[in-house]
Design a protein around this ligand. Structure first.
Ligand SMILES: N[C@@H](CCC(=O)N[C@@H](CS)C(=O)NCC(=O)O)C(=O)O
Length: 280
């Protein structure tokens, strides 16, 4: 029996775009997610790619703005996009757009009041893949992860910590050094506490130095992104990747900003990257 309640379903490029909800053990709330099933999923097992969204997003932004369905259908990829945090009655929030609901930062909070529900790390690394594999025809050992901004941070850190689960990784405009920039420092202080030692395992630059990833990492970053200098600081990641001889392609895209217009422009390249790694 399905654990998922179907909120909506629509055909798209011969596949099916679903919005689902379920009671999450990790967050103790109802979580929403979108799932795209390509036509190939009717006939057999196919790879799955998880997409993690950025600040202020729900499962909907990527689903309606990125235009991923055409290429996912062609390549035969299931694409799963969860919400960015727990929500609902009794879930704490902040008036700021970069903390609380819509800003889970893909960590397990240990500080009050966040620690009761803000368990997005456990949700994305354990509960969600478990449920998706149970309910959909996912090919064993063929899962990838990617994301945007806060979700790019989530994808990079989670992939480097769980290469056994996620065999491919990419990111669009990712936060790569959360311990060093205002968005990350604010969220990590609130969720993880003031002791910065606990932040390291959620910092892509630290993890690239200490662990790396056993496959090529793809990153796209717009040069006209208003967050580039203060919050994203892509050069820190480029330097770390070079120093550690990590296989990677980091592409600075001239004139592109931080929006879904940028994401939609490069989404096909990211889906192809995952299909190549997961089918190879
Ligand atoms: N201050 C901005 C920052 C938020 C922002 O740029 N969010 C990005 C991710 S970091 C996003 O994807 N927004 C939703 C969208 O464009 O649909 C706002 O509140 O809109």
């Amino acid at each position: 029996m399905s654990q998922f309640e179907e909120i909506s379903s629509a055909l798209s490029f011969g596949g099916k775009q679903l919005t689902l909800a379920h009671g999450s053990k990790a967050t103790g709330t109802t979580m929403r997610l979108s799932v795209f099933l390509p036509p190939a999923a009717k006939d057999g097992r196919v790879p799955v790619v998880y997409y993690l969204s950025g600040l202020t997003c729900t499962e909907e932004n990527f689903t309606v703005k990125a235009g991923a369905q055409r290429m996912a259908s062609e390549l035969g990829l299931i694409v799963v996009a969860p919400d960015t945090s727990p929500r609902g009655e009794g879930v704490p929030d902040s008036p700021d757009y970069d903390l609380g609901q819509g800003a889970g930062f893909y960590v397990d909070a240990v500080q009050a009041p966040w620690s009761t529900h803000f368990k997005m790390y456990s949700y994305v690394t354990q509960e969600l893949p478990g449920l998706i594999e149970e309910q959909f025809p996912v090919r064993r050992g063929a899962a990838g992860i990617f994301g945007h901004s806060m979700g790019g941070h989530g994808a990079l850190t989670i992939a480097m910590r769980h290469p056994d689960i996620f065999k491919s990784v990419s990111a669009l405009s990712p936060i790569v050094a959360p311990s060093a920039v205002p968005w990350g420092r604010k969220a990590f202080t609130a969720y993880l506490g003031a002791d910065e030692a606990a932040w390291k395992e959620h910092d892509a630059c630290y993890l690239a130095r200490e662990r790396g990833f056993p496959g090529q990492i793809l990153v796209d970053q717009g040069t006209a992104d208003p967050f580039l200098e203060e919050q994203l600081q892509t050069q820190r990641f480029i330097d770390t990747l070079k120093e550690n001889r990590q296989s990677a392609k980091v592409r600075m895209q001239p004139g592109y900003d931080h929006s879904y217009f940028f994401i939609a422009t490069f989404i096909d390249d990211h889906l192809r990257h995952h299909a190549r790694m997961l089918n190879g």
